[in-house]
Design a protein around this ligand. Structure first.
Ligand code: PLP
Length: 417
């Protein structure tokens, strides 16, 4: 499966040596593999074979236009969570009839933009949002197609920050309340209830919680149909986990096969919203060791990428494999890989056996294609990294490295200062 492997010139992505990319444009740099994106998407497609389905790509995992264009060309739909993501998805060429819009806080402007594009579905998260949709659609003479995002109250067994389907979560509507709400929608003039949606969390590595949640939500689809609602879509959300270190993760086929009877029973078109599974292992972050440092008994490698470039280790204690770009299996060093940001929480790898890299050596943080650049910030006034796409033996910059001027773009010093 590896589109990142050791060969001529060290660690490579498809037909390109990663060292060549950094020699040309510097670091830190995210590098994405076209082949890996395509492979992950096709695996999902194949897993669903025999079912009427649409694989939507969760834009928030990695919203770069070229990543989006890749997936749009393969036929994917898009799962968006903001007006900004709608803008990106439209620029990248997604068919609006394949766009679904989730999120607990859709504003009037965002709803209007999505109605204007005639997107496939709003995943509605509350009674108030429904009322707002009815009002806005009515005002503009539009119809809003909705699915109810239900909260099946299942613990997905993942990190608390990325669990979304438990009783106390801000996301979704409890299943019993969804039935009440559905009856209310029946009386709305501009809102059509045609789907049920769920998404219980991210980086889920066990099938059982998924299966339990899907069974509950599928039950709601059937109950709504019994009550005369024309439920045509069942959106099972995203969240399929990937292997970051030694996790045993189900393949898409194992996952879908396990829930296939529930899906078939609904008779609905199945939507899914995968982000991490599609983009996660399709990207690496290249970073250079700026300094080596010892502090008491502890060793540090200080990199030119920090938490502003890759937040996952600081935010979720996430594990990313660290590889030497120069050579495989070089001697190792027990150390922390830290960034230059002025925060103790700024680390990329903590208490780990790392490549014993010299100052100036290039490292690759593996599995950073999802929730890597998309969570990057300018904290500490650090320009954001460049992004590169590799396809075969070709590569191109798909987002320029930011310059200092980008850091103050839009800032104004008023005359009274
Ligand atoms: C974030 C999100 C996803 C994607 O989750 P992954 O774990 O990246 O697959 C799907 N659906 C919704 C509603 C989301 O918020």
């Amino acid at each position: 499966m590896d589109d990142f492997y050791y060969g001529e010139g060290g660690l490579r992505c498809e037909g390109v040596a990663l060292a060549e990319i950094s020699e040309s444009i510097g670091s830190p740099t995210y590098v994405y593999s076209f082949a890996a994106l395509e492979r992950a998407y096709r695996e999902l497609e194949e897993a669903f074979s025999g079912l009427d389905h649409l694989v939507c790509y969760a834009v928030k995992a990695n919203g770069n236009l070229s990543v989006l264009r890749t997936l749009a060309s393969l036929g994917a739909g898009a799962d968006i969570v903001s007006g900004g993501e709608l803008y990106r998805a439209m620029k990248a060429g997604f068919d609006p009839k394949k766009v679904v819009f989730a999120g607990v806080g859709k504003t009037e402007a965002e709803i209007m933009a999505a109605l204007g594009e005639r997107i496939l579905l709003f995943n509605v998260e509350s009674a108030s949002e429904l009322e707002r949709l009815e009002e806005i659609a009515g005002r503009f003479g539009k119809r809003a197609r909705v699915s109810l995002r239900v909260n099946p109250d299942v613990d997905p067994g993942t990190h608390a920050h990325i669990s979304t389907g438990q009783g106390e979560s801000k996301f979704g509507i409890p299943i019993d309340e969804a039935l009440v709400l559905a009856e209310k929608i029946g009386r709305y003039r501009c809102v059509d209830l045609i789907g049920v949606h769920q998404h219980i969390g991210s980086q889920i590595t066990k099938i059982a919680p998924h299966a339990e949640a899907i069974e509950k939500s599928a039950g709601l689809v059937e109950e709504l149909k019994r009550r005369g609602f024309d439920i045509r879509y069942f959106n099972i959300g995203g969240g399929l986990g990937i292997r970051y270190r030694d996790e045993e993760v189900p393949s898409p086929k194992e996952y879908i096969d396990a829930i296939r009877p529930s899906l078939e029973a609904t008779g609905a078109k199945i939507l899914c919203e995968m982000g991490r599974y599609i983009a996660g292992n399709a990207g690496v972050l290249l970073t250079r060791v700026v300094y080596r440092k010892k502090s008491g008994a502890k060793s540090f490698l200080v990199a030119d990428a920090g938490m502003n470039d890759l937040l996952r280790p600081s935010l979720y204690d996430a594990h990313h494999e660290v590889r030497s770009v120069k050579e495989n299996g070089s001697s190792s060093l027990k150390a922390d890989l830290v960034g230059p940001v002025c925060e103790s929480g700024d680390y990329l790898a903590r208490d780990r056996e790392l490549p014993d890299a010299a100052e100036g050596d290039l490292l690759a943080l593996m599995g950073t294609g999802a929730y890597g650049f998309s969570m990057a910030s300018n904290y500490n006034s650090r320009p954001r990294a460049a992004e590169v796409m590799v396809k075969g033996d070709r590569w191109a910059v798909i987002r320029e490295r930011e310059h200092n001027a980008d850091l103050i773009k839009g800032e104004v010093v008023p005359a009274f200062l």
